[in-house]
Write a protein that binds this ligand. Structure first.
Ligand SMILES: CC(C)(COP(=O)(O)OP(=O)(O)OC[C@H]1O[C@@H](n2cnc3c(N)ncnc32)[C@H](O)[C@@H]1OP(=O)(O)O)[C@@H](O)C(=O)NCCC(=O)NCCS
Length: 162
């Protein structure tokens, strides 16, 4: 498995992976715009055997002492192998190096997989946004705001706390 820093030239491939993780996915132009900013940390994982294909991605925006996970996804066939955990840890380390002291994200209230992942990394609820997401069927879902102090690895997973 190889960890790769992404550039605007990767936008088309990112849009393909994103469309397999989210409905609707983001456009290639959205990725191009985000990747053109030097405040965006954009990382992906690729298979050693198929180096042209991305299997997981993360984008983090850094703004002074705060950072935010904008999106995170692993292809369905590559899940539960630690890829998302590795990307959150690597991007949080990078955001910390850029000056961020905390990291936030929004997650749909009914997204059990992502919630379990973030909580295992020490993220805790910091607020709620009502009717924040609209899915492909037009259904609205609340979002939970999660927050963790940086660096992440200074904080043990929830499960290991007394
Ligand atoms: C959420 C998502 C990114 C997780 O990716 P992943 O690469 O499978 O995650 P990991 O293998 O790194 O999982 C790490 C930990 O998260 C938790 N976790 C991940 N998927 C889970 C699931 N389906 N059910 C319960 N816990 C889960 C577990 O604690 C897991 O550790 P374990 O496998 O040792 O038990 C992936 O399911 C995905 O792309 N979903 C669609 C897009 C999405 O919801 N993105 C997040 C938006 S905030």
């Amino acid at each position: 498995m190889m960890l790769e820093r992404l550039s605007p030239g990767d936008a088309d491939r990112l849009a393909l992976v994103h469309a397999r993780c989210f409905r609707p996915g983001w456009s290639a132009q959205s990725f191009r715009d985000l990747l053109a900013r030097d405040t965006t940390v954009a990382l992906a994982l690729r298979d050693d055997d198929r180096p042209r294909e991305l299997i997981a991605l993360i984008l983090v925006q850094v703004a002074a002492e705060q950072s935010e996970i904008l999106t995170l996804g692993t292809l369905p066939e590559a899940r539960r192998r630690g890829h998302a955990r590795a990307l959150v840890l690597a991007s949080a380390t990078q955001a910390h190096r850029m000056g961020a002291r905390e990291i936030f994200l929004e997650v749909a209230k009914d997204n059990a997989a992502a919630s379990a992942l973030y909580r295992s990394l020490g993220f805790l609820p910091a607020g709620e946004r009502r009717a924040y997401y609209r899915d492909a069927n037009g259904r609205l879902t609340d979002a939970i705001i999660l927050r963790a102090p940086l660096p992440l690895d200074a904080f043990p997973p929830e499960s290991s706390k007394a």
